[in-house]
Design a protein around this ligand. Structure first.
Ligand code: FES
Ligand code: FES
Length: 393
């Protein structure tokens, strides 16, 4: 049993949990919050959708043991929320439910759509709601209800409402953190349209990230530090080492515009955005702050990458230490939590390291023209787990 602290519907709790118990079972069986329903139990139907740290997430594939310090809001916790109240009424008026099994997940997701995309038309709502399945109503009434509330709020100031104001707590997914750790606390990200407009202006603002997922990796490159440093000062070469990434405009060395294509099973996201490069030559280190958006899903990403180079083996090789912090907002954020996301990012770092080593040797990195297949990476992670489980790792 693992001791954790959570805030559930505004109430701080301290409990011990089984590592294998998923969040939906925990909420239903330990907290008696049975409005969170379970359909598929493998992340497909959306019936179990709750808010984790204010963002919709599937509680059947989230584990309390990994959420120490997180803030969970179920549909019961939205009882006094003004937007949820409007949605409940609209669902009733527009015949947005029949048996009601999908409704708690629908309401949680609908609230997020209305707050995040108040201008959403029918196509956008259908796309945003694609991860929530209903077996009864045929969606027409559900879409109409969400449209009605969204239309009524089209001119409203975008706010996440009172239940989402974040208390101070440590990032539940934080890994051991280096001195380059990114500070937390920031206002809400801008609308997708604003983010895209900003992304097109060439320079990402270096705003602090709120509750980022943080990763630290280090690897060795068989080349002197000065050579690796020179490579890091070339955005073209660095981007070419990242699977699925490409520059979308020539870089002046201090700013960059790039796109990164990520595949997750049948889904494909193309994050386009801008970054600012800040080298610190005196310390052989630097940072890249970036922001992007996948126009199709309106998922936004903000990230900071910090790197440091150290001489090893009498400068025959270089140790590269990388700290990454990122925040995803939007539909794809539901897929980004947990150990799989961290392991996928670790594999991405490994691919980046291999490509960097190839580049310093004058070889063509394998990443060029290949998109990042997070599904394949995740599968290789799962195979690794299985191998370790059966003692063959
Ligand atoms: Fe279907 Fe969780 S129960 S996504
Ligand atoms: Fe019955 Fe959606 S109302 S599953």
């Amino acid at each position: 049993m693992i001791p954790i602290k959570l805030e559930v519907n505004g109430r701080p709790i301290e409990v011990r949990v089984e590592p294998r118990q998923h969040l939906a079972d925990f909420l239903r069986e330990e907290m008696l919050l049975t409005a969170t329903h379970l359909g598929c139990e493998h992340g497909v139907c959306g019936a179990c959708t709750v808010l984790i740290d204010g963002a919709p997430a599937r509680s059947c594939i989230a584990f309390p043991a990994m959420l120490d310090g997180a803030r969970i809001t179920t549909v019961e916790g939205l009882a006094d929320d003004a937007v949820a109240a409007e949605l409940r009424e609209a669902f009733m008026d527009e015949h947005g439910l029949q048996c009601g099994f999908c409704t708690p997940g629908m309401l949680v997701m609908a609230r997020d759509i209305v707050l995040r995309r108040p201008q959403a038309d029918e196509d956008v709502i259908r796309h945003e709601l694609a991860g929530n399945l209903c077996r009864c109503t045929g969606y027409v009434g559900i879409i109409r209800a969400i449209r009605k509330v969204a239309a009524g709020r089209a001119d409203a100031v975008v706010t996440r409402g009172t239940v989402l104001e974040p208390p101070a707590y440590a990032s539940p997914l934080a890994l051991p953190v280096s001195p380059a750790r990114v500070a937390v606390e920031a206002p809400l990200a801008p609308s997708p349209a604003a983010a895209m407009a900003g992304a097109g202006e060439g320079e990402a603002e270096a705003e602090p990230l709120r509750n980022p997922v943080e990763l630290s990796e280090s690897f060795e490159v068989p080349a002197p530090r000065a050579e690796v440093w020179a490579l890091f000062q070339s955005p073209e070469q660095v981007i070419a080492c990242l699977p699925g990434a490409r520059l979308t405009a020539p870089s002046d060395g201090r700013t960059l515009k790039a796109e990164m294509v990520v595949k997750l099973g049948p889904m494909q996201a193309a994050f386009g955005g801008a970054g600012r490069i800040t080298p610190d030559a005196a310390n052989w280190s630097g940072t890249i702050d970036g922001r992007g958006v996948d126009a199709r899903s309106a998922t936004q990403v903000r990230a900071r990458l910090g790197y440091r180079l150290a001489e090893i083996e009498a400068d025959a090789a270089t140790r590269v230490s990388v700290d990454v912090a990122y925040v995803l907002q939007g539909p794809l954020a539901q897929m980004s939590r947990g150990a799989i996301a961290r392991d996928v990012a670790a594999r991405l770092t490994q691919a980046f390291a291999a490509n960097l080593a190839a580049t310093v040797k004058g070889e063509t990195p394998a990443a060029q023209n290949a998109s990042l297949d997070a599904g394949a990476l995740a599968w290789s992670v799962i195979k690794g787990w299985l191998a370790r489980l059966f003692g063959r790792g």
